[in-house]
Design a protein around this ligand. Sequence first.
Ligand SMILES: [Zn+2]
Length: 70
Amino acid sequence: MAEATQAPVVEEVKNCPACKKPLKKARRFYRNGAYYCNNNCFKKVQATAKEAANEAAGKAAENSSKTSQA
Ligand SMILES: [Zn+2]
């Protein structure tokens, strides 16, 4: 007898962007469009993102002040 072929159900395992641990479905923590393993990891990523943004903004400001001075 022929049974309908079922596509194998592959559970998507994502990794936490902060600590790179694989996230299991029941334990993941959803924040701001991404999954983390807990609030601590979310804050960690937020902090690094903020730092990077500040650095970029600082560089841009530095460049503009340099050009206006010269
Ligand atoms: Zn994590």
